[in-house]
Design a protein around this ligand. Structure first.
Ligand code: HDE
Length: 718
């Protein structure tokens, strides 16, 4: 698959198109040779033994091979990103659908449908270190580098449309508060601790984004199931020099789906690489990840009418107010060849724009415009990081910047200044008409001042809009997430302050969280998930700062989904032991494969099973692989197989957890006893399908639906 792709993209540099990124990476690719050498090409005859004085004597300083090898190893690491350290990337392309955006922008990447622009995308979590688990509850980075013919455009966004703070000067405080507490470096990749909630409780502008992180959006099922957002308001500038405001969105064609918290925690231990593995495997299987680029375009005059400020990054523009226009498609279809060279060394900067776009005065964005160049120099060690293959633009680079550590370019000639006559006056400035970047001439007046605008003052209205827009199940998840997070906060005063903020967003939300924290007397026991869901159904608040919008379906996930139901890319576990009906497995595999889903046989051991009707190869075992890594479970027939599984704690837990996590389960009638042991009802309505006949339709529809929220899995201990 990968090699086919290479061919498609022109593996021969001589045949490369101007829009081909691959050759610039391939130029630096070092395929393994046949002779072992050191870094300066000397062939090595013995790589097993260091040079020593006598076979049992001390090592000699003279051993240049040992010293080079160890010294290189000692310097293998670069500082991890101070935020977004944990991430995974992939290559792909972007193409705009038509030229309808020409009235708003001269950017070719957004107006020329004949162009295929190469992209590299890095997804990340924010708080954890490089080795932390993918499924930590967090904001997720969604950074896209477009290698356009006019230079790189980086859309460095997140999977959540607002941000925690309004002003860049608070960013180090926010990050210090959420990172592990500095005296004992605990907890890793988690916001559930005192310093984070201390900061949040004293900084109510964080509340809107907090609500998003505590919702299902904080624990996406996969990168392919995440939306992306540019967060800030940017500008588009057209040929007449007119500017419109714009918000960027990525809409996943695979739909928006999330994990449930218990599952996310299970995965953090059982497969900490869950998201990166999923993306890697999908691409290797020939199933690209796809998004549509969506734009909300509005004039400054329109923006002036809103009762919130579009320069305030803690606010979103409701889609009910300004609809999202889908303008093009991004496809990720090639895995990197080397994690470090590509994913670790890729360097994004919101300052990377192309003509036809510009910044807004959002004070958070303005601070970012400084931060990213600064951080790349520190992280990659030199201003010459732009020469690294993954960062190099496709557009030609020509200027008088010279030297510095690890300079790769060899710039001939004596002229390294401008203006010059000795170099024929070149390279020369490019007028705007020929593509030179010109800043939008925004008129500005004002006094120098350190003060927040009055229009930034409302911190609760959009948190209320978000809350109102949740289905009752999503609301229940938010209550449970806050009970969990604040339950880990040890300082009571901070918990109490947080309850106050949550009550202000919605009284029922605040009360239910308070009940879980022992700050509210209840007449009876705490409500179960099902009871809580019912209780939250009518709980809404009056919004402010939302353009008059009380509820926006686009903000929810369960009832509003952007994709037509499909099972493409879903993964089904077939749980089996000796005695399984091999024909059942073959039939299910064929049905799933036909619709682009994947099936794996999970057994008590690796190797093969003695199936009824033939041997069955096992892909994974119940010991190594929990049902959390699958989207559904199938229990094929074979009384002997089901008896073995029913007697195995791991297998029973496998099924119980799938049910608890809301996943569809399909079972042959032989599985009744196992289902009972795992505590499952047989109820198609609740996504437990008995496959007695040949029809798998109900199960496939359940798989497309992804989760069954109408279960009361409270009593399942798994
Ligand atoms: Fe970042 N951010 N950020 N950020 N950010 C970084 O740059 C920063 C913010 C985002 O996959 C750093 O190369 C400041 C908002 C992503 O490589 C650093 C402020 C949004 C990534 C930095 C913000 C983001 C980063 C760390 C407040 C969503 C990962 C390493 C003024 C729109 C990119 C690096 C990748 C990374 C600074 C706020 C998104 C330190 C100062 C808002 C996706 O430069």
């Amino acid at each position: 698959m990968k090699d086919d792709h290479r061919k498609q993209h022109g593996a021969q540099p001589s045949k490369a198109q101007p829009s081909d990124k691959l050759p610039t990476i391939q130029e630096a690719t070092q395929p393994s040779g046949t002779r072992l050498t050191d870094n300066l090409g000397h062939a090595i005859s013995d790589d097993q033994n260091s040079l020593r004085a006598g076979v049992r004597g001390p090592s000699l300083l003279e051993d240049f091979l040992l010293r080079e090898k160890i010294s290189h190893f000692d310097h293998e690491r670069i500082p991890e990103r101070v935020v977004h350290a944990r991430g995974a990337g992939a290559h792909g392309t972007f193409r705009v659908y038509d030229n309808s955006l020409s009235e708003f922008t001269v950017a070719k990447v957004l107006t020329d449908p004949s162009r295929e622009t190469p992209v590299f995308v890095r997804f990340s979590t924010v708080a954890g270190s490089r080795g932390s688990a993918d499924t930590a509850r967090d904001v997720h980075g969604f950074a896209v580098k477009f290698y356009t013919q006019e230079g790189n455009w980086d859309l460095v966004g997140n999977n959540i449309p607002p941000f925690f703070i309004q002003d860049a000067i608070k960013f180090p405080d926010l990050i210090h508060a959420v990172k592990p507490e500095p005296h004992r470096e605990i907890p890793q990749a988690a916001s559930a601790h005192d310093t984070f909630y201390d900061f949040v409780s004293l900084t109510p502008e964080t509340l809107h984004t907090l609500m998003w992180v505590m919702s299902d959006r904080g624990i996406p099922r996969s990168f392919a199931n995440m939306e992306g957002f540019g967060v800030h308001t940017f500008r588009l500038v057209n040929a007449e020099g007119q500017s419109h405001f714009v918000k960027f969105h990525w809409k996943p064609l695979a739909g928006i789906h999330s994990l449930v918290w218990d599952e996310a925690q299970e995965l953090a231990g059982r497969d900490a690489d869950f998201h990166r593995r999923n993306m890697w495997d999908s691409i290797e299987m020939g199933q690209p990840l796809e998004w549509e680029l969506g734009l909300q375009i509005f004039s400054e005059a329109q923006a002036a009418q809103f009762d919130f400020d579009v320069l305030d990054a803690t606010k979103l523009v409701p889609e009910n107010l300004v609809p999202v226009k889908r303008v093009g498609k991004m496809t990720l279809d090639r895995n990197p060849d080397n994690y470090f060279s590509e994913t670790e060394q890729v360097a994004f900067m919101p300052t990377n724009l192309v003509p036809g776009m510009d910044f807004s005065d959002d004070p958070l964005l303005q601070g970012r415009l400084f931060s990213y160049l600064d951080t790349q120099i520190s992280r990659l060690g030199t201003p010459n990081w732009t020469e690294l293959p993954i960062n190099r633009p496709l557009a030609p680079v020509s200027n008088h910047q010279r030297d510095g550590q690890m300079r790769r370019a060899v710039n001939p000639g004596r002229v390294a200044y401008e203006p010059n006559s000795l170099g024929g006056g070149q390279p020369a400035e490019v007028p705007a008409a020929q593509g030179g970047f010109v800043t939008y001439p925004e008129a500005l007046t004002g006094v120098k001042i350190r003060q927040r605008a009055e229009s930034f003052a409302d911190h609760y209205g959009q948190a209320q809009l978000f809350w109102n827009s949740m289905s009752s199940v999503e609301k229940m998840h938010i209550v449970r997430a806050q009970q969990f997070e604040l339950g880990k906060v040890e300082t009571r005063e901070i918990r109490v302050k947080m309850i106050g903020h949550l009550r202000r967003i919605n009284a029922v939300l605040g009360d239910q969280v308070a009940a879980g924290l022992g700050e509210l007397e209840l007449a009876g026991p705490l409500p179960t998930d099902a009871e809580l869901t019912k209780l939250l159904a009518g709980a809404t608040s009056q919004t402010t700062a939302s353009g008059g919008v009380q509820q926006d379906a686009a903000l929810g996930m369960v009832e509003h989904n952007t994709a037509p139901p499909s099972i493409k890319g879903r993964k089904v576990a077939i749980l089996a032991a000796d005695g399984v009906k091999a024909a059942d497995i073959e039939a299910m595999k064929a049905v799933l494969k036909a619709q682009g889903a994947v099936a794996e046989v999970v057994g008590p051991h690796l190797g093969s099973l003695k199936g009824e009707g033939g041997a069955v190869a096992v892909d994974k075992t119940v010991l190594t692989t929990p049902s959390a890594v699958y989207d559904a479970v199938y229990l094929p027939g074979g009384a002997a197989s089901l008896k073995v599984l029913g007697g195995m704690g791991d297998a029973v837990r496998f099924v119980a957890q799938a049910y608890k996590h809301g996943k569809p389960v399909a079972a042959s009638p032989d599985a009744a006893a196992l289902l009972q042991r795992a505590g499952l009802p047989t109820s198609a309505e609740q996504g437990v399908f008995e496959l007695s006949g040949a029809s798998t339709d109900g199960f496939l529809a359940g798989l497309a639906q992804h989760r069954f929220w109408n279960r009361s899995g409270d009593l399942i201990p798994a």
